[in-house]
Design a protein around this ligand. Structure first.
Ligand code: SF4
Ligand code: MG
Length: 333
């Protein structure tokens, strides 16, 4: 099966002021600290982790909104950072993003027709009546009506505004879309409608998605495969069913244990796991999860665990599985 997006060894640090005894040593927030993954044609890869684990920065790197300090991003085998001019513009049309609504750039003074049609005009893909026709068709695809073109963003509910954001992202016909917490600001019932819309659009058009969320129930609903991120690293990747039935990494297990009951009145962010609150400025040595891990061993405090394949398409970076995994069984068979 074809790979649309491949991230290889991505690293992105941000300056975090001075630290150290004399304040002379420069500190860095290690937002993304060696991340590799791929997204296949027509697939949704869910990227889940607590807030501050670096998942949004990964999205920004794929979109070219941040430049990585190391590593590269390949779109169908082409290094997107090496592109320039027209090739770069063409690439930008193939990769789009939908953010949580409050972060959206829907201009309050811009009619929906203008906002959704803008990417067509700025990319020189359509003009005049053709823009109107395509905006109308795109709005229909996301469940809005033609008369909605002549209204302003504030005249819509949060769910409808998110439909408008999705229409704007998809109107240029991208092949790959990053969704960064697109439903986090919405009520649970509206959230489900938007997630189903996103899935339907994928089925109809064959899009590939990276879907970023801190919410495991959302991730479970939309993903084909899931990558779990902790302090700048991916610690486990697996097909959705495997991940939820047989999570292998202690962090993944802790996340699942912390999922709150689906009671909309009592929704809250993930319960804090025991141990130190993680900081991407002071990342623990060895396995970065070790201060909070219920299964910590001596080796974990010194040596960073390498990824091990524990099943088909199921990879985990944890010392518990070294030498006992799928690879080892295959080798001895
Ligand atoms: Fe826990 Fe060690 Fe595995 Fe890290 S490597 S998750 S500390 S068992
Ligand atoms: Mg985020």
């Amino acid at each position: 099966e074809g790979v649309v997006i491949r991230a290889e060894g991505l690293r992105k640090y941000f300056p975090a002021g001075a630290s150290g005894l004399w304040g002379r040593r420069k500190a860095f927030l290690r937002a993304v600290d060696g991340v590799s993954f791929h997204v296949r044609e027509g697939e949704t890869l869910g990227l889940v982790g607590e807030s501050g684990c670096g998942k949004s920065t990964v999205g920004m790197l794929l979109l070219g909104l941040h430049r990585p300090d190391a590593g590269r991003v390949l779109y169908r085998g082409e290094d997107i950072l090496a592109l320039e001019g027209e090739a770069k513009r063409r690439m930008r049309r193939n990769i789009q993003v939908v953010f949580q609504d409050p972060q959206s750039s829907l201009d309050p003074r811009m009619l929906v027709k203008k906002a959704v049609g803008f990417p067509l005009e700025v990319n020189g893909l359509a003009r005049g009546a053709e823009v109107t026709r395509r905006v109308e068709a795109m709005l229909a695809e996301v469940g809005l009506r033609p008369e909605h073109m002549y209204r302003y963003p504030h005249e819509f509910s949060g769910g409808q505004r998110q439909r408008i954001n999705i229409a704007r992202a998809l109107i240029t016909g991208p092949r790959f879309v990053v969704f960064d917490e697109p439903t986090s600001a919405l009520d649970v019932s509206v959230q489900a409608q938007i997630l189903n819309l996103v899935k339907d659009l994928q089925k109809r058009r064959g899009y590939s998605y990276l879907f970023i969320s801190h919410d495991l129930s959302v991730i479970r609903h939309v993903s084909h495969r899931v990558a779990v991120m902790y302090l700048g690293r991916i610690v486990e990747t697996a097909p959705r069913g495997d991940l939820f039935q047989t999570p292998r990494h202690p962090y993944t297990r802790a996340l699942m244990a912390a999922v709150p009951k689906p009671d909309p009145a009592r929704r809250q962010p993930l319960a804090l796991l025991p141990g130190d609150v993680p900081s991407p400025v002071h990342i623990p040595p060895g396995c970065r999860f070790h201060p909070r891990c219920p299964e910590v061993m001596d080796v974990c405090r010194e040596t960073e665990p390498a990824p091990v394949e524990v099943g088909p398409d199921h990879v985990v970076a944890c010392h518990l599985w070294h030498g006992t995994g799928f690879d080892a069984r295959r080798r001895s068979a």
